[in-house]
Design a protein around this ligand. Structure first.
Ligand code: NAP
Length: 485
């Protein structure tokens, strides 16, 4: 592993302290960002005795740094750094100093860097930039803001192609998609990754601190794909589990558009992402890109969990097992019971698969009746209109529409006349924990089950599929409480 810690310090004393700390933490190289110092011209003596290769960087304002002075001052500082034992000098790929024949500069290795704060270009352009930087110095470095899955794919594929030249280079992403490129840099072909000394001391967006990076060397990378992802509790649930169970792992968000589904699946293999949750709207469309679909997912026609087993991607559905465990924990026996599902989307199909496995009598009602008919035919159920549903006298009622969810109309999804003592009523919504339907049902003497239970159990099953270890209910419930605060 080659980790360069990028030091963000106000003065030389602080920089020396940070350099020593970085060495102690196992850094292989330290970059000192002189452009971030109050007085970059300070005496460099405090740094001299710290025995670790050092890189001097004066990042220009136009590339996200603070350096505004001219090339004369830049050259002066570089010369002093080389005299103080710095092994590497960072020069931006458009610097006029690149052609310099300065003898002092030639004593250090030149890292020729390119920064794009806007985005990541297509593969061919990125390769051109990196190869050009490579011929201008000893080591090319590219840092690109990665805004989308497509841009992440460009970066990874370009890195893989450049590595075929056999020449060393550094290629990293910045921004929301930055962390995965810094964790799995070797898989991109990059010979080095840049880290911060500690969290809060980052010198670029997407940087990870060295302690976490080291811990993650053999760690599990998981995450979620879908669009939008802002509402999801899953990152908190899984982070809580990693922490509580002392497993080195991360859960990252990959906002993914429909056309990017094959790309993220490709990246899952390329970057060795160990597991992914799949959410709206990709639970169905992802299926065709996977190597194997387990029966749980085949039944529902939807995948909410992908496990990467040595490059073989297995699709499964833990929504169904989550619902089953939620009913079991509530001691609610649905075997052979008359059950009404409201809604005909993904959650409704997961509920129907569970009810079918329990030989329940399944009825489905939905705003769009043809969809109810479609789901009913998949699960040997019956589609019923809202009026008809009122007279069904079901034992079990499950809401699978977003009505009552935060951000949606605070309405009952069905006429409350249907609710009566002794029924089991579940709402798959988990935010709020008690929906208008559950409040109404409880006041009418029904047993209620919150969508929070399904959320917790589906996450426990997913976590176990990815790590082989099963977190406790309490660990996940605590994460839900954190989200609700
Ligand atoms: P989906 O596939 O988009 O289906 C949504 C369903 O709700 C469709 O049947 C839709 O009817 C109906 N619907 C939407 N807006 C409606 C409205 N204003 N009035 C009446 N019906 C409406 O979504 P999903 O994946 O099934 O998710 C549904 C709910 O389940 C969401 O609230 C989601 O957060 C929750 N969920 C919870 C968990 C958990 O772990 N607890 C897991 C998955 C989902 P049409 O067919 O007419 O469009």
């Amino acid at each position: 592993m080659t980790i360069c810690v990028s030091v963000n310090a106000a003065n030389i004393e602080e920089a020396a302290e940070a350099t020593a700390a970085a060495k102690e933490l196992g850094a292989d190289l330290v970059e000192i960002r002189f452009d971030l110092m109050e007085n970059p011209m300070e005496d460099l003596t405090p740094l001299k005795d710290i025995d670790i290769p050092k890189l001097i960087t004066l990042r220009s304002k136009s590339y996200g740094g603070e350096w505004e002075s001219d090339d004369k001052a830049r050259l002066q500082l570089y010369r002093r750094a080389v005299k103080a034992g710095f092994k590497l000098i960072d020069l931006e790929d458009d610097s006029s100093l690149l052609g310099s024949r300065d003898r002092d500069l030639r004593k250090a290795e030149l890292l020729v860097s390119h920064h794009d704060l806007e985005g990541t270009p297509p593969e061919s352009k990125l390769i051109e930039i990196m190869l050009q930087a490579g011929v201008k110095g000893d080591l090319a470095k590219g840092a690109f803001t990665v805004n989308t899955v497509e841009e992440l794919h460009n970066l990874v594929k370009a890195g893989n192609l450049i590595s075929m030249t056999g020449k060393k280079f550094v290629l990293l992403g910045m921004g929301e998609f930055g962390p995965i490129t810094r964790l799995r840099y070797r898989r991109i072909g990059s010979s080095m990754t840049f880290a911060s000394l500690e969290s809060g001391k980052e010198t670029a967006m997407g940087q990870i601190d060295i302690t976490t990076l080291k811990k993650m060397e053999k760690g599990v990378i998981t995450g979620i794909i879908g669009m939008p992802l802002g509402h999801s509790y899953s990152p908190t649930l899984h982070h809580n589990a990693f922490e509580a169970m002392d497993i080195s792992g991360m859960y990252l968000k990959f906002p993914t558009r429909e056309n990017e589904v094959p790309l993220i699946i490709d990246l899952m293999r390329d970057l060795n992402i160990n597991g992914l949750n799949v959410t709206i709207p990709h639970k169905e469309s992802v299926i065709e890109y996977l190597d194997k679909i387990e029966d749980s997912a085949e039944d529902v026609g939807a995948v909410n969990v992908i496990v990467n087993r040595k490059g073989r991607l297995i699709g499964m559905n833990t929504d169904v097992s989550g619902i089953a465990q939620a009913f079991k924990a509530a001691n609610a026996d649905v075997n052979g019971k008359r059950s009404l599902i409201i809604g005909a989307g993904g959650a409704a199909r997961a509920c129907a698969a569970f009810l079918r496995s329990e030989d329940a009598d399944i009825f489905i009602t939905n705003r769009t009746m043809p969809r109810a008919e479609e789901v009913a035919s998949m699960f040997s159920g019956q589609a019923v209109g809202a009026d008809e549903a009122i007279n069904l006298e079901p034992d079990v009622v499950i809401n699978c529409t977003p009505l009552g969810m935060k951000g949606f109309p605070s309405e009952l999804p069905i006429d409350p006349k249907i609710l009566r003592t002794g029924q089991v009523v579940m709402d798959v919504i988990y935010n709020p924990e008690l929906t208008p339907l559950l409040i109404e049902a409880e006041s009418r003497g029904c047993s209620i089950i919150s969508g929070k239970e399904m959320l917790i159990y589906q996450a426990i099953d997913a976590f176990e599929a990815w790590t082989g270890q099963r977190p406790s209910y309490e660990v996940m419930a605590e994460a839900v409480r954190k989200e609700q605060e």
